[in-house]
Design a protein around this ligand. Structure first.
Ligand code: NAD
Length: 374
């Protein structure tokens, strides 16, 4: 079985789907690993490192795409590369399937098996392959480090003979994997942290990390499979009003609120941004999907005339590409190892398998995932 890792085509993408450690693990399992020359240029790995780990280095991207049994990458492929895949090839990456219907159709047409890592069920068994979590964890960390490097103040309280410096105030909105890591990182750096999530259990987790939980009575806030359900417009209105004061008093607001399969809710409106102090920062980790903050622009940084900077980067984990690649590569190799048939050295697609049923979008020339069939 041949696994090919092509270079990412997005010029801003610094991560790679495989690192040398993952390459070595796959080679040990009896899988042939081919990487495109330059794969690890941005994440700190030379072709030589991959070669030593057992990979073949390819400078013939199209030929390698056409020859591979499994293609692994971080981001969704360019549409024109899907038709180049071998019939029956397995493609593993993030695919953003809720917004990429034509890409999904292209996979079906090419008779390729598309595995969307976003759709992998968040079960205990799947934790080792959970790339959403591995990347969100680093994104949460990197967002706080970015904030710290951009602030005009320090984070901790400092009592000096020249006077006392107050701790910076952070507000973390959305306490999933990224939000929890952002809280932990900001606390470690000495900031005073307030946090909010619609899931009550997340508020308790925030408190266990030393944050103050903002409690807002929104009535019923059901979650499904651990994910928050979409709030009603009335609930969103109550939330926006109740958190406005905390936003206005914060030096840094980091938003991470997402609702699985839907556009992120807009939770901070322009009038609230306008109340924030000159020099304060908003970092919107949901910017790529539309953002939690009115006025944020994906991939850009905007400063309002009141001096509030809105950062809408779309790849915070890409700020720490070596670790992001390390854990992503580990997710991929764990997945291949988990499903590898030892004897035939193949990756059989059993659609009755609980995990594959959750994340295989196309197979056998058809869209097979029930969320995308109708
Ligand atoms: P996510 O990225 O989908 O969303 C981030 C957070 O936004 C979530 O905590 C969500 O509740 C919150 N949110 C949604 N609407 C909001 C609103 N209006 N206001 C404030 N916050 C709002 O979440 P995630 O980090 O992918 O985690 C999703 C769930 O999966 C969590 O319950 C997490 O604990 C769980 N999880 C389980 C496992 C596992 O058991 N293997 C692994 C990872 C995550």
């Amino acid at each position: 079985m041949k696994i090919f890792a092509p270079k990412e085509t997005d010029p801003d993408e610094t991560r790679a789907a495989l690192d040398p450690v993952g390459t070595k693990k796959l080679s040990t399992l009896g899988v042939t690993v081919i990487i495109e020359s330059g794969l690890g240029d941005s994440s700190g790995h030379r072709d030589e490192d991959y070669r030593e780990a057992g990979a073949e280095i390819s400078s013939e991207r199209n030929a390698s795409l056409a020859d591979a049994d499994i293609i692994v990458r971080v981001r969704k492929p360019p549409a024109d590369e899907i038709a180049k895949l071998k019939k029956g090839a397995i493609h593993i990456s993030f695919l953003d399937p809720f917004n990429e219907s034509s890409l999904i159709e292209a996979f079906a047409k090419a008779d390729a098996t598309a595995i969307s890592l976003e759709m992998l069920p968040r079960t205990t068994l799947a934790q080792k392959m959970d790339a959403l979590s591995s990347q969100a964890n680093l994104a949460g960390y990197a967002s706080v480090i970015l904030a710290a490097s951009r602030m005009k103040t320090i984070l901790p309280m400092m009592m000096t003979p020249a006077g006392t410096i107050s701790p910076a105030k952070f507000f973390i909105l959305g306490i999933g994997v990224a939000g929890l890591q952002a809280i932990a990182t900001a606390k470690r750096l000495g900031a005073r942290v307030t946090a909010f999530d619609v899931r009550p259990e997340a508020l308790e987790q925030a408190e266990s990390l030393g944050a103050k939980a903002l409690r807002i009575d929104l009535g019923e806030t059901k979650s499904e499979g651990g994910y928050a359900k979409e709030m009603t417009p009335e609930q969103i209105k109550i939330q926006i009003e109740a958190q406005a004061k905390v936003c206005a008093q914060s030096d840094v607001v980091i938003t991470t609120a997402k609702v699985f399969g839907r556009k992120p809710p807009v939770l901070i409106k322009k009038d609230v941004v306008a109340q924030m102090q000159n020099g304060s920062l908003i970092i919107d980790l949901a910017a790529e999907g539309g953002g939690n903050v009115e006025g944020v622009v994906a991939g850009e940084e905007v400063t309002t005339d009141k001096g509030v900077t809105l950062i809408g980067l779309t790849n915070y984990e890409g700020l720490v590409p070596q670790n992001a690649t390390q854990v992503y590569s580990s997710n991929i190799t764990n997945m291949v190892e988990h499903f590898l048939d030892e004897e035939s050295k193949t990756f059989p697609i059993d659609l009755e398998d609980e995990l594959l049923k959750g994340c295989v979008i196309t197979h056998g020339g058809k869209i097979v995932h029930d969320r995308f069939t109708s």
